[in-house]
Design a protein around this ligand. Structure first.
Ligand code: F6R
Length: 586
């Protein structure tokens, strides 16, 4: 997490660096800072709060060389002191960093015994301290030496007050570089760059940026040649386009995303996929992507009759996994940078299992890993709460499973998804009365059975992360095994019931909660019977779509509900407290 940007230009760079930082605030937004190099001085401005707040503090400051940072705290409280850039004690170096330095305590002890003082509570300060520890004639040598002392994960940019370069290094955290002959940039995400081709740092690479020039080196200090990466133009922008928030914009983009998935997958060569031989499947992801994995596991079981299990990446890493040459492991991630998901894939890389990766960010770390890669084609997702990307993850898993079944099934699946897209387009309903009710409460339960339980899990995660209401989800049948004790007068129970075969059973459980004071808010594919309506506080009937895609259909009103509740509570859905979009630390 954390986002870093660095720029050298022949004109003042304030606008470029602030513009870049605003685009990567999804990586963290608890504090921000920038350091300009002007003459032989490093001028650092930092704030607790957002990049917009930082911008207001920059009046009168600018320069042609700058590094900037937007933070998601890992070490040390959220405060101005701990915001980056972090200066070395001699004020010769300034550093912005994304990642975690695992051996920072040892370095602090060692440096302190040598008389060094530390002023922040961050792990990053050891980088600036090490950079200034030796008097190498060439600053590049200081950077190389420093990298060799560090353990953990890092992408950092550093400037020294005595020269006109920015130095950057990468080990296990993403970093990219851009140069058009005039302006040069480093950033955690190429969305910060003007449209055009860029370079991707590999692990253990260093770059020295000068005006209009980039030079890459390995950790031995040898010059290396890099190949330009093609800029991938997805027809979806990272701008608000008249929407008040990215979350709403992204929910409304879902039909277009699903159509794009169909357009892309229709033309895709799936021969390699169809040749796969496996008898069990593990699907691995975190948070919302894990919920997509749960859906995927249902598809493998129901469509292919194959044993499938979804596992949270953080558990997969440390748990015992029975995996062999007969296994297919599927890794799902929007960002493609989630540390736990990457580590889970690395864990099995020595086994003979086939690995298939599904990501949304084509240049991401995970996208370059695994035996096969598939894109979710959702375009930039900026809001921390995942919406359109979840829908596309589920739909891609559906298409791939159907492709594994047969060509006929795959083409049917494409038609199903196009139909789903049409139905969603017509179903952006006014959810305000529902949201007004839910917003009054400080706890909400979500229940469902089978696939509907997965939708309940996702609905609860979405609502809790942006409304801060305590939301929990349960299989409907589990209520009476303990949870009913928590239901009291007025407790909202959101009931997801899209499967006609399970409808009655789900309702029996819901009514048991109602008898204890619960209020039922029902989301169903069936029209309620007149006699049922008296039991429901509210009831929403979803448009008809194929059974296995009803979870995607039901996700839409739940996403809109979360957004609306968040609005009623006066919160910012795009930047919920304590969270960041790209979880690049364990
Ligand atoms: C919730 C949400 C998170 C992510 C999770 C994994 O709305 O967005 O739970 O799904 O952090 O992120 P990715 O998909 O980037 O691996």
């Amino acid at each position: 997490m954390c986002g870093i940007v660095a720029v050298i230009d022949s004109q003042p760079v304030k606008k470029t660096i602030i513009g870049g930082l605003k685009k990567i605030q999804y990586r963290g937004y608890d504090s921000a800072g920038v350091c300009f190099k002007s003459d032989l001085k490093l001028v650092t401005i930092k704030v607790k709060g957002s990049v917009a707040k930082l911008e207001t503090e920059l009046n009168g400051y600018d320069g042609e060389i700058a590094i900037g940072h937007t933070r998601w705290a890992t070490h040390g409280q959220v405060c101005e002191k701990n915001a980056h850039p972090i200066l070395s004690s001699d004020k010769n170096w300034a550093v912005v960093h994304n990642g975690i330095i695992e051996n920072y305590k040892e370095i602090v002890d060692e440096r302190t015994s040598e008389g060094e003082c530390f002023f922040t509570d961050t792990d990053t300060e050891v980088i600036s301290s090490l950079l200034s520890a030796n008097d190498f004639e060439d600053n590049l040598r200081s950077v190389l030496w420093t990298c060799k002392q560090l353990k953990g994960s890092y992408a950092f940019c550093a400037i020294n007050k005595s020269d006109n370069h920015v130095y950057a290094a990468k080990h296990k955290s993403p970093l990219y570089a851009f140069c058009d002959g005039k302006m040069s940039m480093f950033a955690s995400d190429p969305i910060c760059f003007p449209k055009g081709d860029y370079y991707k740092f590999e692990d253990d690479e260093i770059c020295k940026m000068s005006k209009g020039k980039l030079e890459f080196f390995n950790f031995k200090g040898e010059k290396i040649k890099k190949t330009l990466q093609k800029y991938q133009n997805i027809n979806s922008s990272a701008d608000l386009n008249n929407f008040e928030h990215f979350m709403l914009k992204e929910i409304y983009e879902t039909p277009d995303v699903l159509d794009r998935v169909c357009d892309v997958y229709e033309k895709l060569d799936l021969t390699a996929l169809k040749k796969l031989k496996f008898s069990s499947v593990k699907l691995v992801g975190c948070g919302t992507a894990y919920h997509a994995c749960l859906m995927g596991a249902e598809f493998f079981k129901r469509i292919l009759n194959i044993d499938a299990e979804a596992v949270q990446a953080s558990e997969f890493r440390y748990g015992k996994q029975i995996i062999g040459s007969h296994s297919l492991c599927v890794f799902v991630s929007q960002s493609g940078e989630t540390a736990d998901t990457i580590a889970a894939l690395e864990k099995i890389s020595k086994k003979k299992a086939k690995t298939l990766v599904i990501t949304n960010v084509p240049h991401s770390t995970l996208s370059q890993m695994g035996d096969m890669h598939f894109s979710t084609c959702a375009g930039p997702e900026i809001c921390v709460a995942s919406t359109k990307a979840y829908c596309s993850q589920v739909v891609v898993l559906y298409l791939l499973t159907m492709a594994l079944k047969s060509e006929k099934h795959f083409y049917q699946a494409l038609r199903d998804v196009r139909k789903l897209s049409e139905q969603i387009q017509k179903f952006f309903i006014n959810i305000s009365p529902f949201a007004e009710e839910i917003a009054k409460h400080d706890k909400v339960f979500f229940i469902g059975k089978g696939i509907d339980y997965i939708t309940a899990l996702e609905g609860a995660l979405k609502l809790k992360e942006i409304s801060y209401i305590n939301c929990n989800s349960f299989p409907a049948g589990e209520l009476k095994h303990g949870v009913l004790a928590l239901v009291d007068e007025g407790t909202p129970i959101i009931v997801v019931a899209t499967d006609e075969k399970l409808y009655e059973k789900t309702m029996n459980s819901a009514l048991e909660a109602k008898s204890r004071g619960g209020k039922l808010f029902v989301i169903s594919s069936l029209l309620p019977q007149a006699y049922e309506l008296k039991d429901f506080e509210m009831c929403m009937t979803l448009p008809k779509v194929p059974k296995l895609l009803r979870g995607v259909m039901a996700a839409i009103p739940l996403q809109l509900l979360s957004y609306k509740v968040c609005m009623i509570k006066g919160l910012n859905p795009d930047m919920p407290r304590n969270l960041a979009k790209s979880v690049t630390v364990e």
